[in-house]
Design a protein around this ligand. Structure first.
Ligand SMILES: N[C@@H](CCC(=O)N[C@@H](CS)C(=O)NCC(=O)O)C(=O)O
Length: 152
């Protein structure tokens, strides 16, 4: 599914928001927040998160401690793919919880975004996981990103 944000890659280097974290746990990294990000609007922060993180899930709670069954099922499917992904806990970010459904044209959480595009919520992710489609999508996104970041 195409997202409604019309996001394009942003020029320059942006460090991810503090509130965007990378899972799985043993290799987890917390990114430093750019000073300027404090001045950004919520929509700008969302756009940056989506453009900087090839595999990103907006969820309730954290991958270790999901606070909703839909988010739990989604991260379980995602973790089964074995690739690093970023998450944003919308319970810690009420501004993002309020804005993202409007700009994404998707009313609920979780939301999985891959390569700047909205894949869908729990039902779609679980269905794709069962068909094997999710793993293919995630592996391809991770491989493409690894290639790009190694300068290949
Ligand atoms: N069928 C949806 C279920 C998700 C859902 O209903 N989420 C609700 C409850 S967690 C939600 O995000 N409501 C809006 C909100 O809490 O901000 C899916 O596939 O993701």
């Amino acid at each position: 599914m195409r997202n409604a944000l019309g996001i394009s890659r942003m020029a320059g280097i942006h460090k991810a928001d503090l509130r965007t974290r990378v899972f799985p746990g043993m290799r987890r990294h917390w990114f430093n927040e750019r000073e300027g990000d404090v001045m950004s609007t919520t929509v700008e922060n969302i756009q940056r998160q989506i453009s900087e993180n090839p595999i990103l899930v907006y969820m309730k709670g954290t991958p270790q401690l999901p606070q909703c069954g839909f988010s739990a099922q989604t991260v379980q499917a995602l973790m089964a793919c074995g690739e690093r992904f970023a998450f944003v806990n919308v319970l810690d970010n009420p501004d993002i919880r309020a804005e993202l459904p409007k700009v994404a044209n998707w009313p609920t959480f979780p939301q999985l975004w891959v390569d700047g595009e909205l894949v869908g919520g729990c039902d779609i992710v679980v269905e794709m996981h069962e068909s094997g489609e999710l793993e293919t999508l995630i592996k391809e996104a991770a491989a493409k990103h690894n290639q790009t970041s190694s300068g290949a």
